[in-house]
Design a protein around this ligand. Structure first.
Ligand SMILES: [Cu+2]
Length: 326
């Protein structure tokens, strides 16, 4: 009996060790590609923005261990009860039906677990809510079925981002790649102002940890700060109609110089916001200058008048003379 138990424990331990090794080695099954889904990979997409790092921490360090322990505990209890208290092993069952201590435990312990999870959960929610100082604002509008991007501070007018057709996109990027991507500089805090023109869509981009609804008549916001240059893919994540699967989100993260060049190619200016701010500040700080300017322009407008009135001048000059003549 003792031998049998020990052998079983050894086999059980072997299975557990194998499972653990497989779990730990899982990332080696398929090398994750940053910014896009990888065939055969498991786990979350690798992070390329602070929010995603925090979301991965919440998932890997907080939730998964709790879920694993609870699952193993319940599995162990089920096995124990099935073996120890089946009809053969336990022909005469106990008759008691209540145990106050155990009922308090199985009420209080889950509450404590949920409170513990909620602390980390709220911390993550606040991180999403509390946008750091913004370097760039992009307005994102969901349409049936494409995305429109606009850079109000750089004067880049709204443009439409359509899915790259199947015959032009690499097979693994079909339904992820777009013809006119959103372009942002690396290492800058980008705020997205998100709305929709028709039905509810959702901006989702796994590598940045983004998932925010695009609701008509409402502006939602989220943010990211891309840590590496590259191309990142996401998709509309709210069932929005028949072509819901065909409105991908592609974000190209580039260097600052490349971003400036792209803005210029779109007819915008990196200094537009700064220029306007400087002009507004100058106008506010020196109202006298504005008055002077107004006076100057009035004078300029009036300038032709003396010329026009010139023929009348002799008459006016002559007027005082008239009484003398009388
Ligand atoms: Cu959509």
């Amino acid at each position: 009996m003792g031998m049998g138990t020990r052998a079983m424990a050894r086999i059980g331990g072997g299975i557990a060790a194998t499972a653990l090794a497989a779990f730990v080695a899982a990332p080696a099954w398929a090398q994750d590609v940053l910014g896009q889904p990888t065939p055969g990979a498991i786990d979350l997409q690798p992070a390329a923005s602070p929010l995603k790092h925090e979301a991965i921490f919440f998932h890997d360090v907080v939730l998964m261990p709790i879920i694993t322990v609870i699952t193993l505990l319940v599995l162990g209890l089920l096995i124990w009860i099935a073996i120890r208290y089946n009809k053969k092993a336990n022909p005469v069952p106990a008759k008691w039906s209540h145990n106050t201590v155990i009922e308090v435990i199985w009420t209080v312990v889950p509450v404590l677990i949920l409170v513990g999870i909620s602390l980390f959960s709220f911390r993550l929610l606040f991180a999403y809510h509390d946008t750091p100082e913004v370097d760039l604002t992009v307005k994102v509008t969901g349409n049936q079925w494409n995305w429109a991007y606009e850079y109000p501070d750089q004067g880049v007018a709204e443009y439409i981002s359509n899915m790259t057709p199947e015959d032009k996109a690499p097979a693994h990027l079909y339904r992820l790649a777009a013809d006119e991507p959103m372009v942002v500089p690396v290492g800058k805090t980008v705020e997205l102002l998100i709305t929709a023109s028709d039905v509810i869509h959702a901006v989702a981009l796994p590598a940045f940890g983004l998932k925010t609804d695009a609701v008509p008549g409402r502006i939602n916001h989220t943010w990211f700060k891309a840590e590496k240059t590259g191309i990142y893919y996401g998709q509309c994540s709210e069932l929005c109609g028949v072509d819901h699967a065909f409105m991908p989100i592609q974000i190209n993260v580039v260097t600052e110089a490349e971003f400036a060049a792209w803005v210029a190619s779109k007819g915008g200016s990196m200094t537009k916001k700064a220029d306007e701010a400087a002009a507004a500040a100058a106008a506010a700080a020196a109202p006298a200058a504005v008055v002077d300017e107004a006076a100057a322009s009035a004078a300029a407008a009036a300038a032709p008048a003396p010329t026009a009135a010139a023929p009348a001048a002799p008459a006016a000059a002559a007027a005082p003379v008239a009484p003398a003549a009388q």
